[in-house]
Ligand binder design. Structure first.
Ligand code: FES
Length: 120
């Protein structure tokens, strides 16, 4: 069943809301114009993952000798960081970057007539 969770303007680019819906807490995010919705329960130990930091993917820059020369930040692959123990998840896939089977629980999300809907 589809539920209206917000007006479109309440989730601006790079923004989020966390809502309670039918007994489940869900985070809804907008990145690069697209909406993503996940259960606010971390697959590690149940932390409120949707309330964690949203950061760009961090890559180490290596020289020819494979020595680190700093960091590179990839804004096109935002990561959600669980506030309890720091597990990271790709916002676009919901997967842990090192072990894809550890993943957030997604929900269908859509936008119509200036309203955002989540299916649960
Ligand atoms: S509960 Fe999320 S990292 Fe542990």
């Amino acid at each position: 069943m589809r539920h209206c969770v917000a007006k479109s303007g309440e989730i601006p680019e790079g923004g989020r809301i966390v809502v309670d819906l039918a007994g489940t807490t869900i985070g809804v995010f907008r990145v690069e114009g697209r909406l993503y919705a996940y259960e606010n329960t971390c697959p590690h130990q149940g932390g409120p993952v949707c309330q964690g930091l949203l950061i760009p993917r961090v890559e180490e820059k290596l020289n020819a000798a494979m020595r680190m020369e700093g960091f590179r930040f990839d804004e096109s692959d935002p990561r959600l960081v669980c506030p309890w123990h720091g597990f990271e998840f790709s916002l676009k896939t919901g997967c842990h970057p090192g072990k894809a089977e550890i993943r957030l629980t997604p929900f269908a999300v859509s936008e119509e007539g200036g309203q955002v809907y989540v299916g649960i």
